[in-house]
Design a protein around this ligand. Structure first.
Ligand code: HEM
Length: 131
């Protein structure tokens, strides 16, 4: 069996992000085309699962699981909101354009939290005491 290493989780995490955003695009762009919409939903489902599994896999490899830092909880919350966005659009509570902008902004914050939580000077000096 392939052993799940930190770099492998990391790679899965990054691929899942690409699949997630391709899926969001397909879901929203394909609003009038059932096949495209379904394909988007499948991509999003697989990507969201992989994102969560690889995220918690990395947390475990980094010994963060016993005491999960705040940034990782924020990432889980962002994950949840991004997962719900296409559903909110389908219920006509939000336009597809606004949903894409929100998804990109939240995705950017999640990337910043994942990549920069330990080495961004501003983040470090302002918020470090909280973690
Ligand atoms: C939309 C959701 C998410 C996006 C866009 C995202 C994005 C990223 C990115 C770009 C990285 C940096 C990868 C690298 O260093 O090469 C990262 C790392 C990471 N992410 Fe996520 N992520 C998301 C959700 C999650 C979730 C739900 C978790 C689980 C709690 C998670 C946990 C982590 C961890 C533990 C790392 C590694 C941090 C480190 O190396 O110190 N992420 N994420």
């Amino acid at each position: 069996m392939i052993s799940m290493s930190l770099p492998l989780y990391n790679l899965i995490h990054l691929i899942a992000i690409m699949v997630l955003f391709a899926g969001i695009g397909a879901s929203l762009a394909g609003a009038d085309h059932v096949g495209t919409r379904k394909f988007g939903a499948i991509l999003r489902g697989i990507a969201l699962l992989l994102l969560l599994v690889s995220g918690f896999g990395m947390l475990s490899k980094l010994n963060f699981m016993k005491n999960m830092p705040l940034w990782s909880w924020i990432k889980v919350a962002i994950w949840l909101v991004i997962a719900m966005l296409p559903v909110i659009v389908k219920r006509k509570k939000l336009s597809a354009t606004v949903a894409v902008i929100i998804a990109l902004a939240l995705g950017g914050i999640a990337a910043w939290l994942g990549y920069g939580h330990d080495h961004l000077p501003l983040w470090h000096s302002l918020l470090r005491p909280l973690f």
